[in-house]
Design a protein around this ligand. Structure first.
Ligand code: AMP
Ligand code: TRP
Length: 380
């Protein structure tokens, strides 16, 4: 994949340039004729900026969820959060911290509460604006659990058993294969369709869940009549960010993350531990930026990555130089967010208010959907 599309920069075919994606926008260029996001392109960052508003046409609704799994990492930001931030201008955006989902693996109540507030603070620090989007905690709108049950009755067990994340979780937590793990994608579908959202910004690891959401929607609409739009996943230009090991997807559970809101020293430590081009053994060996994860990350933290890549190719620079530069750029890039995060963590009341208002604002949408669905299914 990728080669026949003429893409030149790629680590592995499936990593940085996904089939269906369009090349990175170069600074200053614009794509006036480009189709809107829901017309088929999968890379939201490249969707054109909104046209001036002439009429009060309702904006299409988007929804995404994120687990309160502790400190956000570069994979979360490059793969999903920066699309959340960008899309709040163009869409009616609803973002949810999915504490019900987290209960499938987190069983310590204090930890769950703390991490939920931390994730909310992190999202606000990274640029979610409660004036322009809705941010709320999943369990504050409990209608979703009723809808998940209703959707479960149109979902064959075999669809859930073959979900890759379920198989993975069974291996990761063999002592705790709870029913919630199996039902996880049904609850995710309920999250999205409770608000009849049609667009879902996520990282590539969520593609199978979104496909399942679409199948569940189809099954529901066939049995009870057209009710929900089929939700569509949209990706950034970094749909799979590799971890510091350079092999696996960056993930908290693997322990290969670069935590964007950590202290500068911690970020330096994490970046300096990155595995680079394993075939570049001597400092004088030419590097291969296409397969070097450090070089790939440089694409997102500066406009001069091509010069950096050239330095690697000609062995003018060494891997250590390139890592040091990356660490400093990441630290600088996230410095304002880090500062804002510290402020928000010190004012939990303010964050709690934003979350409470978020859940309240979307109550009418949730109630209207539930009234319609109960009626269609013969419950009331
Ligand atoms: P999670 O922490 O699993 O709830 O993930 C939150 C969002 O970040 C989801 O949309 C994921 O798809 C995305 N994400 C997580 N890890 C990565 C990664 N390594 N690369 C790209 N996107 C990611
Ligand atoms: N399963 C997603 C993850 O692990 C989180 C999630 C829950 C979600 N509900 C959602 C994502 C609805 C998109 C839409 O990252």
């Amino acid at each position: 994949a990728g080669a026949e599309r003429g893409t030149t920069h790629r680590a592995t075919a499936d990593t940085w340039n996904m089939p269906g994606m369009v090349p990175e926008r170069t600074p200053g260029s614009s794509r006036p004729g480009a189709g809107r996001l829901h017309s088929g392109t999968m890379t939201i960052e490249l969707a054109p900026l909104p046209a001036p508003v002439e009429t009060a046409r309702p904006r299409p609704r988007i929804f995404s969820g994120i687990q309160p799994s502790g400190a956000p990492h570069i994979g979360n930001d490059l793969g999903a959060i920066r699309n959340y931030v960008r899309l709040q201008a163009e869409y009616e955006a609803i973002y949810c911290i999915v504490d019900y989902h987290a209960l499938t693996s987190v069983h310590d109540p204090d930890r769950l509460r703390r991490q939920t507030r931390e994730m909310a603070s992190a999202l606000l620090a990274l640029g979610l604006d409660p004036e322009r989007c809705t941010l709320f905690v999943q369990s504050h709108r409990p209608e979703v659990t009723e809808l998940a049950w209703l959707l479960a009755t149109v979902t064959p067990v075999s669809w859930l058993e073959r979900t890759p994340t379920y198989k993975e979780k069974k291996l990761n937590q063999p002592e705790d294969i709870n029913h919630g793990l199996l039902a996880y994608p049904v609850l995710q579908a309920a999250d999205i369709v409770l608000y009849k959202a049609s667009v879902v910004p996520v990282g590539k690891d969520q593609a199978a869940h979104l496909e399942l959401s679409r199948e569940i929607v189809r099954a529901f609409n066939v049995r009870y009549g057209e009710t929900f739009p089929e939700p569509k996943a949209v990706f950034t230009s970094a749909p799979v960010v590799l971890g510091t090991d350079g092999v696996k997807k960056m993930s908290k559970s693997v322990g290969n993350t670069i935590e964007i809101l950590a202290s500068p020293d911690e970020i330096r430590r994490q970046v300096m531990s990155m595995v680079t081009d394993t075939q570049r053994i001597l400092r004088t060996d030419p590097g291969r930026p296409e397969v070097c994860n450090v070089c790939q990350l440089h694409r997102f933290f500066g406009t001069d990555y091509e010069q950096i890549w050239e330095g690697e190719r000609t062995a003018r620079t060494g891997c250590v130089d390139t890592k040091r530069l990356l660490a400093e750029r990441i630290i600088e890039h996230y410095a304002p967010a880090r500062e804002r995060y510290r402020e928000l963590i010190a004012q939990p009341g303010q964050v709690d208010r934003v979350l409470a208002q978020g859940a309240e604002r979307i109550r009418p949408i949730a109630e209207a959907t539930m009234t319609e669905v109960r009626e269609k299914m013969g419950l009331r």
